[in-house]
Structures are given as C-alpha cells and as structure tokens.
Design a protein around this ligand. Structure first.
Ligand SMILES: [Zn+2]
Length: 258
C-alpha cells in the first residue's frame, strides 16, 4: 500500500477561487492484474478535477475505496491546469468532431482534453525505479540548476525539487522543467514525464504482494516446488537461493520480498 495524500496536499499552490485543478485518475493497470484469470484492460475508472487541498481531503475516502475495490491506482498530475483553457479546448475539440461527423463518448472527450491540456506552471516527474541511482540524478540536477554544493540540501527545494513521492518500485522526483536531452544522455533508462498521468496518489492494499521479481517488480512470478507425485499436493518450496521465473522478464530472476 502506498498512501501519498499527505505529501500531495502541500503541493496545491491555488484554491477554489483560482479556477484551476489537478487532474486525478483512478486507473486499473493491466500489469497489476496479470495473475488474474480474467484479462484486465487498461482503463480509467473515474477521473476528478481537484481544486484545493481541502477538496482532495474530502475525496480521500471515495478514492481509497474505489482503488481497493477495483485493485486500481490513483494518479494525480500536480501541474495546475486552468478551467478556462480546458473549456476553450473542449469547445474546439467538439467543433472539430461536429465538422468531421465524429461521435465520441462525452467522458472520453473530457478526459482526453483534461489529460493533454498544458499547464502554465509545469512540473515534471522523474521516474526512478532503481533508488540507488537517486544520488547521481540529484547530483546531475544540482549541477544543471547551479545549486551551490555547500548548501545543496536546503536549496534544491527552492530551485527545482518540488517534492519526492514514493511509488510502488521507487520514487518520483517532482521537478521544474529542465533540458532533457542532456539528462537522457546521462540517464538513458530513466523516464521523465512532462504531462502524463502524473505521480502516484494511492496504491491499494488489495494489490499488495509479498514477493515480486527483483528485476522488474512484477508479481507475475513462479517458483519451483516439491509436489506429491500421486496427489499433486504441494509439499514445500525448493530452496534454491530465492530464484524464480518471471513471466514479464521471460527469464530466471531473484525473488524480492516487499
Ligand atoms: Zn521480472
């Protein structure tokens, strides 16, 4: 379970009066349901336009309940978007659909516009799956943003680092925009999301797994076991240094306890 409500609340830099919102989506991820017999399609269960920290607080019970029920994650994009711009874009899109005789489900249009709409104050997400890379990434960013070395720890927050948000595997660094080409050269395997679903708000207990693949974090893993040759009854695991077969890596990897 990951509950980031208390970390997200201070990130509101507006309230109801500003006509702005953080776009929040409850999403069922296919990768969370690979061990289900029923195939799960990647789908948004519900979306929210959240206008203040009080609004987020008032929605917490419902968001947590839906995530637990569906085995879904809640994401929130912490770049504030304007309702006025949203309204303008929506009108343009609807006019375009009308002109081309296209019929789309209304919520699809709303979610698409809200998701792709730009922010006046963008905040990016650096997705760190392997937390051992975090010091090198922070060093690179300190250098890039010219944070004085002696006071790096206290200055990062005011210069580029908006927040650090735990994820299922690692961490999201929420930052102000920077020059990504150079970053990509240095860290080709670290994703930087500019206007995506945002960061993790809630990951439900109902998806908790005791063991995952040490390489990719997938719970879709198998171990070898001793089985009664006549009854097929499971007897014990074969203790082989916590190795497993990962369906997602299609490889032998190690078990990781979470
Ligand atoms: Zn794996």
């Amino acid at each position: 379970m990951v509950d980031n409500f208390d970390l997200i609340k201070p990130l509101f830099y507006f309230n109801e009066a500003n006509n702005m919102f953080f776009f929040c989506q409850i999403v069922m991820r296919a990768k969370d349901h690979k061990d289900n017999r029923k195939k799960v399609k990647e789908s948004a269960i519900k979306t929210y336009f959240i206008t203040s920290r009080e609004h987020l607080e008032s929605l917490k019970e419902e968001i947590v309940m839906l995530c637990e029920y569906y085995g879904a994650r809640a994401y929130i994009n912490v770049s504030g978007k304007d309702f006025k711009k949203f309204q303008d874009e929506l009108l343009c899109k609807l006019a375009e659909y009308n002109a081309t005789n296209t019929v789309v489900k209304p919520f699809r249009v709303v979610n698409r516009i809200a998701g792709t709409l730009g922010s006046r104050n963008p905040r990016w997400v650096i997705d760190i799956d392997d937390v051992s890379m975090k010091p090198a990434i922070l060093d690179w960013l300190d250098n890039h943003f010219h944070v004085e070395e002696a006071s790096a720890a206290c200055n990062r927050e005011s210069i580029y680092l908006v927040s650090t948000i735990p994820t299922v595997q690692g961490e999201h660094l929420i930052t102000y925009p920077f020059y990504t080409d150079l970053f990509k050269e240095e860290f080709p395997n670290v994703d930087v999301h500019k206007n995506s679903m945002g960061t993790l708000l809630y990951y439900p207990k109902s998806l908790n797994h005791r063991y995952v693949c040490s390489e990719c974090g997938s719970p879709n893993i198998q171990v070898q076991a001793w089985v009664n040759a006549n009854t097929n009854e499971y007897v014990d695991d074969i203790a082989d240094n916590a190795g497993c077969w990962c369906e997602d890596c299609s490889n032998h990897t190690k078990l990781k306890e979470v």
